[in-house]
Design a protein around this ligand. Structure first.
Ligand code: SF4
Length: 697
């Protein structure tokens, strides 16, 4: 018999409602209800077809212990573990298949040993934003309370940490201010650094809809021509690393032409005058500066139009990793907020700010306190821990000896992989909870196969703060992530007395009362199709900052940060050009992050089985081979197939990062956002090495 079960898509931060048709405990089809609140009845290709991973024969359906780990630790193990390890059955040359109870006992013993020998700071945990709030919450609790270490972080470190930083510093809340449907209420949409049709397609549908129906004007700003640009009134192509320059130039025009909202500034904000004076004195803020940048002169004409229209209309700004993954990512976010504050485009229907979060639960994982400087509900933790790049350094310095990873592929998605590989070798214990043998799972000592999002109950929070209580589409006997944590904890202390994900959630409601206090499972079940936007008290909150901001005194704060001349802009400005190539990376529609799940669907894999390097058609004479490798001082990629396109400016390159075999993240280094250490993925000067056919690499 076929059952229809409602839940939420496991992929991107849009968080579409889905319905699965299930027969004999197998998903037959996934679709969206025509009145789906988020989906609007449509799913992208990942949401619709990307469910084969659930039944894949590649799934980890057991616990595994590396043979080498047993050999190294055998002598020091308690007798009982020694005796049990002698009965382990080999899975292959590298791994033993382990009984779950044994694997949790082994993990608990080694964690306790490391804590005793090296101290509490020797533990670090990295949470993935693919896991539920309940699991994220318990991971930070395990780290802070069980291991007594402050070192907890999550994969927002490589995506939207600058959005949280920039928004928290100015308006006190690092989250989207409005619901997606405000796209139908707004008059002007500024999309910057977001390839929305590829990364957040169901939000892009709304933008295209509004632009086509002319209810809102669309302006798209990116370093290349993207699909969404076809629907834009203005498509501004920016030099790499020039977001802050561009945003300050928009502010300059608004200030110079007195287009700002005096009344909003007077009643809702502080520090406007010093901000205004700084921008007007900034040598780079005048849009005329762009006339000095060969190939980008038209921005000097586009910026005044964008500024005037943004200020005059009810406007929204959307951004993605094109903003955050830069040296000044946090500052660019502050520059975005400044625009909203000076024009009063915030705290209203159809006017606001929307950082388009990447994974299905980035917002929730941050809300749960999986950050080194925030506890649940953004409380101040007793002690601030290390951000992931600092934790990597601490591993190299032999200060961190044990690491726990929950649903994040730090050995693929993070930059400077040669360095990360060396750091991981210094660990005495690496535990990973995963669905597949990802790069980090392969390097682990103990691996726990866990339930996927389609096999469990849990809360996910999408990019518009919408809580969705997922329910299992199919059953399996694997543990949930939080159960693994509980079972290890129970062998160390015995404080985690949770028997269900609802038990964990009840604790979340106690420790994160502002956002989640009123969001019981019962209420979330009742609102399963629509979801609820936090903060949830008696009712939910579709829009934030209606009357005051979430800063301590309720005012919005202007923050000025001047652009620092560098990179491609500097070369264009000072030398009139350059002979280098600049690379940017990003997602494509077909795959999701490390592609661990999407690659299991043949339909998706066939469409994109390798990362392709896009280059400008104008550079055909400079790149003569079909494949090239990219090189920097940090490392080298494997051969990448080159595709010449018209949508990229000369001497700039684009590549996706989904396939580990391309080794694209081996060439990125430690350069990162000044405030958050989010890696500079969006501009990298690279050397091109031609690969001749039959050449061995
Ligand atoms: S847009 Fe995102 S949430 Fe919606 S179906 Fe696609 S991947 Fe899933």
């Amino acid at each position: 018999m076929i059952h229809d079960i409602a839940s939420v898509c496991t992929y991107c931060g849009v968080g579409c409602d889905i319905t699965a048709q299930v027969e004999d405990n197998k998903i037959q089809k996934i679709y969206a209800q025509s009145d789906g609140y988020v989906s609007q009845g449509k799913l992208c290709i990942k949401g619709k077809y990307g469910f084969d991973f659930v039944d894949s024969d590649q799934r980890i359906r057991d616990a595994r212990v590396k043979k080498e780990f047993i050999d190294k630790n055998f002598e020091s193990m308690p007798r009982e573990l020694q005796a049990r390890s002698k009965t382990l059955v080999a899975l292959d040359d590298t791994w033993y298949k382990a009984n779950y109870e044994f694997a949790t006992s082994l993990a608990a013993w080694k964690l306790a040993t490391i804590k005793e020998e090296y101290g509490r700071y020797s533990f670090y945990a990295s949470g993935g934003a693919r896991t539920s709030c309940e699991s994220g919450f318990l991971l930070q609790k395990f780290t802070r309370e069980t291991m007594e270490s402050p070192n907890i972080d999550n994969c927002a470190r490589v995506c939207h940490a600058p959005s949280l930083n920039g928004m928290a510093a100015t308006i006190g809340e690092g989250a989207a201010t409005n619901p997606y449907d405000d796209i139908y209420e707004t008059e002007f949409m500024l999309v910057i650094g977001s390839n929305t049709t590829e990364a957040h397609p169901i939000v892009a549908n709304r933008m295209i809809d509004a632009a086509r129906k002319k209810t809102a004007e669309l302006v798209v700003c990116d370093v290349r021509n993207i699909q969404l640009g076809k629907f834009a009134k203005v498509e501004a192509v920016l030099p790499y690393e020039s977001n802050l320059l561009f945003l300050n130039a928009i502010a300059y025009v608004i200030l110079k032409e007195y287009l700002y909202d005096d009344s909003f500034i007077d009643t809702r904000t502080k520090e406007f005058e010093s901000y205004r004076d700084s921008i007007l004195d900034d040598p780079y803020a005048n849009p005329e500066f762009f006339r000095s940048l060969n190939g980008y002169e038209q921005l000097a004409d586009q910026i005044p139009y964008i500024a005037r229209t943004y200020a005059a209309k009810k406007s929204m700004i959307f951004w993605g990793l094109g903003i955050t993954e830069n040296l000044d990512g946090s500052y660019a976010v502050m520059a975005i907020v400044n625009l909203a504050l000076m024009t009063g485009n915030i705290g209203k229907v159809g006017a606001g700010l929307m950082p388009l979060r990447g994974q299905n639960n980035v917002q929730g994982t941050c809300d749960m306190g999986c950050l080194p400087y925030y506890g649940p509900d953004y409380s101040k933790p007793k002690e601030e821990g290390l951000k992931t790049p600092d934790a990597i350094d601490a591993m190299l310095e032999d200060k961190i000896k044990a690491m726990m990873v929950m649903g994040e592929d730090i050995a693929h998605i993070h930059p400077n992989q040669n360095k990360i590989n060396k750091a991981l070798e210094n660990l005495e214990l690496l535990i990973t909870q995963e669905l597949f043998m990802t790069q980090i799972a392969k390097k682990s000592d103990i691996v726990f196969g866990v339930k996927s999002a389609y096999e469990k109950t849990g809360v996910y929070v999408n990019a518009m703060r919408r809580l969705h209580l997922s329910q299992p589409l199919v059953e399996n006997n694997l543990p949930d992530d939080w159960e693994v944590l509980r079972d290890i904890e129970n062998k160390l202390k015995g404080d985690f007395l949770f028997n269900s994900s609802e038990d964990v959630w009840e604790q979340v409601r106690v420790e994160a009362p502002y956002r989640y206090g009123g969001a019981s499972y019962k209420k979330l079940e009742k609102h399963r199709s629509k979801g609820m936007q936090w903060p949830v008290a008696k009712v939910d909150t579709p829009r934030l900052h209606l009357e005051s901001f979430r800063t301590p005194d309720g005012y919005g704060y202007f923050k000025y940060n001047g652009y620092q001349l560098r990179g491609q802009v500097k070369m264009l400005h000072e030398d009139g050009g350059y002979d280098k190539f600049f690379l940017t990376t990003g997602r494509i529609l077909i795959h999701y992050n490390n592609a661990a799940q999407t690659i299991q669907t043949p339909k998706l894999k066939e469409k994109h089985s390798e990362d392709i390097l896009l280059a400008s058609i104008e550079d055909k004479d400079k790149i003569k081979t079909k494949q090239v490798m990219l090189k920097t001082k940090y490392g080298q990629t494997n051969p990448l197939t080159v595709k010449f396109v018209k949508t990229i400016k000369t001497q700039t390159l684009f590549c996706s990062f989904h396939h580990a075999k391309s080794k694209i993240n081996y060439i990125f280094g430690d350069e990162s956002d000044l405030n958050t250490k989010t890696a500079l993925f969006k501009s990298l000067e690279v050397e091109i090495i031609e690969v001749n056919e039959n050449q061995e690499c």
